[in-house]
Ligand binder design. Structure first.
Ligand SMILES: Nc1nc2c(ncn2[C@@H]2O[C@H](COP(=O)(O)OP(=O)(O)OP(=O)(O)O)[C@@H](O)[C@H]2O)c(=O)[nH]1
Ligand SMILES: [Mg+2]
Length: 463
């Protein structure tokens, strides 16, 4: 290694280690609310699995940290690019970047080691975000060479310190002004420790995304079994409920089509479509593409450009985060009410037993009756509320409001749009009614969509 190379590496390492997180009072406040106030609240309310609730609140916090580190991302629709290693994920993104100075690292050996969040912007900029949420500059030239091999030369695992990289660069405008593409490491990189671990990491990347583009190398001749397994685990197959799949859309790209003759390209798209259908994978479209030639060869359903155009709408992040918050506290609201009603029901049942005994003509002065009555009274006490319903709901309202105000203040400071209705806090009843309405609407919409597809197929039959 030359002296110059050594120096570059040292510089990167110290920048990555020393970058301090953005100091944002609302992020600190939100963290404190989780770690102190909410944990205390959970000690009083045991009706809900608090571990899940805390995970969801931390998920909001994590999003707030991401927004603060890279504000250009906050209103974007997130799309992850996934697929086997060397299938051409990074090259696929490169094919849309219009400034030759910026390029994601590509290569035949496993390359992408740290995920990159790529957003369109006129002045190119590459930043690394470390494990504390601190930001540091990365030189364009250096960025091109950050791959598995490069990272191996460090004495420790730099991947654990650099959480992700953000890339601002000129891209095809009409397609990407509202999109952020995430370049992920292959889910099956041969240099990795364990396949299961890779699967889990890759799944984490798609957790917050609205769409997913799956890249297959045309040279594989089909869609590999592991790809199908992965897509299924991500909720695109029959196994829809396994991972939260908030209406995420899937598009499949068969890459490197420039390497094959036209006849082969036509056959392979039919073959892969058939396998996807046989495995009940739900996808919006599939195409054969060459990242090298920047060319679409053929497609099924819609082509990749139209798919990207459909995704290119601004994403209201506030709504997504506020919905998660609502879900956490609505669950408490429902469970507290359920718990109160259940106890009331049990008290009535105990009373009914007592009345039944009296009606049966039991000797009220007998020792047996006295014993049973004592037992029943104890049972009634057991179901007696220790605290009034009003108190419990009031405490719930208070902590919910603290979280919501903190999130609102944070969004205002970051310039994130908030729908006007959210400025007035809704009651839990209103939130629940709204949720029910949304679910009903979704069901009706799905039926309409099915009818529409059937009509299209019917029309095609007579063409
Ligand atoms: N001929 C041809 N080669 C391609 C195309 N796309 C990518 N490649 C090549 O395939 C190899 C892998 O491409 P990458 O973009 O690094 O693949 P990746 O999926 O990002 O790989 P990992 O990050 O290692 O998982 C590189 O050598 C690319 O030059 C294409 O459309 N045509
Ligand atoms: Mg890559």
């Amino acid at each position: 290694m030359s002296n110059e190379e050594n120096e570059i590496k040292l510089k990167l390492m110290s920048a990555a280690i020393n970058a301090e997180p953005i100091n944002n009072i609302y992020i600190k406040e939100f963290e404190n609310l989780i770690e102190k106030d909410f944990k205390e609240f959970c000690n009083n309310e045991l009706v809900v699995n608090s571990a899940n609730a805390i995970d969801n609140l931390r998920h909001i916090l994590h999003n707030m940290q991401n927004i603060a580190s890279f504000p250009e991302l906050h209103s974007k629709t997130l799309g992850a690019i996934g697929g086997g290693y060397s299938s051409g994920k990074s090259s696929f993104i490169n094919s849309f970047i219009t400034d030759s100075r910026i390029k994601l690292a590509e290569g035949v050996l496993p390359v992408t080691a740290i995920p990159s969040y790529v957003v369109a912007g006129n002045s190119p900029k590459v930043n690394g975000i470390n494990d504390k949420g601190g930001i540091f500059d990365i030189d364009f030239k250096l960025y091109k060479s950050i791959n598995h091999e490069f990272l191996k030369e460090f004495a420790f695992d730099l991947k654990k310190i650099i959480r992700y990289i953000t890339v601002l660069c000129p891209m095809k405008e009409d397609l990407f002004d509202n999109i952020c593409l995430i370049d992920t490491p292959g889910y099956n990189s041969p240099s990795s420790v364990s396949k299961k671990h890779d699967f889990e990491i890759a799944k984490e990347y798609i957790k917050d995304t609205q769409f997913f583009i799956w890249i297959i190398d045309i040279e594989r001749g089909t869609i590999p079994k592991d790809d199908l397994k992965f897509l299924n685990e991500c909720g695109f197959g029959e196994n829809k409920d396994s991972v939260q799949n908030r209406n995420r859309k899937l598009y499949v790209v068969i890459n490197k089509a420039d390497l094959k003759p036209q006849g082969y390209i036509e056959d392979i798209i039919d073959e892969i479509t058939e396998v996807l259908d046989d495995n009940d994978i739900i996808y919006e479209g599939i195409c054969t593409y060459s990242s090298r030639m920047k060319k679409i060869y053929n497609f099924c359903k819609i082509d990749i450009i139209d798919f990207l155009l459909d995704q290119n709408v601004s994403n209201v992040i506030y709504g997504t985060l506020a919905d998660i918050l609502d879900d956490v506290f609505c669950e408490y609201y429902l469970k507290i009410n359920h718990n109160i009603k259940e106890n009331e029901k049990k008290r009535k049942e105990v009373k009914a037993i007592e009345l039944g005994m009296i009606e049966s003509g039991i000797d009220l002065d007998s020792e047996a009756y006295a014993m049973i009555e004592k037992g029943l009274n104890k049972l009634t006490d057991h179901f007696e509320p220790e605290e009034s319903t009003e108190n419990r709901i009031e405490r719930l309202n208070q902590i919910y409001e603290q979280f919501l105000n903190c999130l609102n203040d944070f969004c205002d400071e970051m310039g994130i749009d908030r729908p006007i209705t959210r400025k007035l806090r809704k009651t839990f009843e209103e939130i629940l009614v709204e949720k029910e309405f949304k679910e009903e609407f979704k069901k009706v919409y799905e039926v309409w969509e099915e009818i529409f597809i059937m009509l299209e197929e019917f029309k095609n039959l007579f063409r």
